[in-house]
Design a protein around this ligand. Structure first.
Ligand code: C5J
Length: 225
């Protein structure tokens, strides 16, 4: 079984029971002019994760590892957006408002979609989620169980919000999570650092962390018939 050199110890995985999950790599979070920037954040801090994630995505596709993408967002009538989420922060621009890339975090809008460099292939499930965790109010668990997936390789943004919430949800459901340190990012460097520490604390209380190079080194090369 392949083993990734990881923190706090080696992460063993079978490619055919492992899925790569790419969390919320949406224009609204990572591109200038999106929701993230409207909230006053420096999106360049998130964009660092794009290129390493693209390399992992390419490798997983080549090795026939299942790939799943998620998007945070809401129906156009915002009926699935809790009023508390809408009101939170008293921001001048919020979910559903018109932004430079369409209505912010609304499904079907340009800004809600995944960035071009990580665009899903037609056979890769895209899970639309109204919350921070990818399991809440979605069919993600059903998809993973139906495909016999037991391990997740986790990438995406933001580290301390949707990535960490999803890892916690996955861990509670019995999935083993390897978080790729250079493929996740946060607007807040200290939150990024603490997210990695929280995952691996106490012998890997939530999972494992490794740089993408360690995962790529362990991923078996595709076999051709
Ligand atoms: C946030 C996310 N930060 N995808 N969403 O609101 O982490």
């Amino acid at each position: 079984m392949p083993r990734v050199s990881a923190d706090p110890y080696g992460f063993d995985f079978e490619p055919n029971t492992t899925a790569l999950i790419v969390i919320d790599m949406q224009r609204d979070f990572v591109d200038p002019g999106g929701f993230g920037e409207a909230l006053g954040n420096d999106v360049s801090l998130l964009r660092r994760a794009l290129e390493p994630t693209r390399r992992v995505l390419d490798a997983c596709r080549g090795a026939q590892v299942m790939v799943i993408h998620t998007r945070e967002g809401h129906r156009p009538d915002l009926s699935d957006c809790p009023p508390a989420k809408l009101a939170r922060g008293h921001h001048a621009t919020t979910i559903g408002d018109e932004g430079p890339m369409g209505r912010i975090l609304v499904r079907g809008e340009y800004g809600h979609d995944i960035v071009d460099s990580l665009k899903p292939l037609p056979d890769e499930p895209v899970v639309d989620k109204p919350g921070k965790g990818a399991f809440y109010a979605t069919d993600l668990e059903n998809i993973l169980r139906n495909r016999g997936i037991t391990s997740l390789v986790v990438t995406g943004v933001t580290a301390e919000v949707c990535v960490q919430t999803t890892v916690r949800e996955a861990n509670d459901r019995g999935f083993e999570c390897l978080v790729l340190s250079d493929c996740i990012a946060s607007y807040f460097p200290e939150f990024y650092e603490m997210t990695l520490k929280m995952i691996t604390a106490q012998g890997g209380i939530l999972g494992w962390v490794a740089p993408s190079a360690a995962f790529l080194a362990a991923l078996p090369l595709p076999t051709h018939a």
